[in-house]
Ligand binder design. Structure first.
Ligand SMILES: [Zn+2]
Length: 137
């Protein structure tokens, strides 16, 4: 058994050794990739065909929005983004390490998935590991 606490952020896996990663699911029948396990594949309808799949940490920016209004306690502006990952899978999270300025952000730009302690604590006051996007190094 791992000595790490169970990851509480969906998708994030923390292996005994090596870097954290995102885990999705891949259909062994049609190759479709999904972020959540399901009873059946949404693409081909295959039952019990989804197997755990390690998502890439490389991708391209598919869409983004600069957020200027949020709940109290959340710093704005920030960039909410969607990225298509190499090898399949699409994730949504914040794009960090970039100015929240449309002049500085290009659709299709290369992005990396990075893991950091989330800026806020969970409902029980614990720190947790979250994933973000940043412009590719
Ligand atoms: Zn399928």
């Amino acid at each position: 058994m791992s000595e790490h606490p169970l990851p509480i952020t969906p998708l994030v896996q923390i292996p005994e050794s090596g870097d954290p990663y995102l885990q999705g699911f891949k259909c062994k029948s049609c190759g479709a990739i999904t972020l959540k396990s399901r009873m059946a594949c949404a693409k081909c309808g295959g039952r019990d065909t989804l197997e755990p799949f390690r998502l890439s940490t490389k991708g391209t920016l598919h869409a983004y929005s600069i957020i200027y209004r949020a709940f109290p306690g959340i710093d704005v502006p920030f960039v909410s983004a969607i990225a298509d990952l190499e090898g399949g899978g699409t994730i949504k999270t914040n794009l960090i390490d970039v100015e929240p300025d449309p002049e500085k952000i290009q659709l299709g730009m290369d992005v990396d998935v990075v893991f950091q302690i989330a800026p806020r604590k969970d409902a029980e006051g614990n720190e947790y590991l979250a994933y973000f996007l940043k412009p590719a190094a």
